[in-house]
Design a protein around this ligand. Structure first.
Ligand SMILES: *[C@@H]1O[C@H](CO)[C@@H](O)[C@H](O)[C@H]1NC(C)=O
Length: 146
């Protein structure tokens, strides 16, 4: 009798727990790879999995409009590279790739705070802004639209 009740209880708990486990806060990362005048858009989830871009474009600049990709993403290339953070003339966060080369795969992991999100509360930092800086408790964009 006891065992049956325990079994049913356990079953109910497991059933209830499963949907909650899927509620992870994996962010969707949007990247735009530029090689001179050519570009391609590509997205992935920030779930720590290495994902192949499947594109041979020789990339010199990566736009990362909605995620702090320089800190939270790993870019796989065939040869050594240097990644430098910058901002476009319109304030979009960018990564310059030197020397330019194909980006074979990317993995991103971590949560950042979107523009207009709270980045500071009760005297405590809540995290890193995805695309800009923290001012007056909110994430702001460099582009003026935030
Ligand atoms: C991460 O997300 C990608 C889709 O962007 C998916 O293919 C992959 O299986 C996911 N990995 C995990 C560990 O959930």
């Amino acid at each position: 009798m006891h065992l049956t009740t325990l079994t049913i209880f356990t079953f109910v708990m497991v059933t209830v727990a499963i949907p909650h486990r899927r509620q992870t806060t994996e962010q969707s990362v949007q990247l735009i790879f530029h090689g001179g005048p050519v570009q391609y858009s590509w997205g992935l989830l920030a779930n720590g999995t290495l994902q192949s871009t499947g594109n041979d474009l020789i990339v010199d600049t990566i736009d990362a409009p909605n995620y702090n990709a320089l800190q939270n993403c790993q870019f796989i290339t065939d040869n050594d590279k240097t990644l430098v953070g910058a901002f476009s003339s319109t304030g979009v966060p960018q990564i310059t790739v030197g020397p330019p080369q194909p980006i074979r795969a990317v993995s991103c992991q971590g949560v950042c705070i979107p523009t207009f999100g709270d980045c500071f509360r009760d005297g405590q930092s809540l995290g890193t802004c995805c695309a800009g800086f923290c001012a007056a408790n909110k994430c702001r964009s460099f582009s003026g639209s935030g």
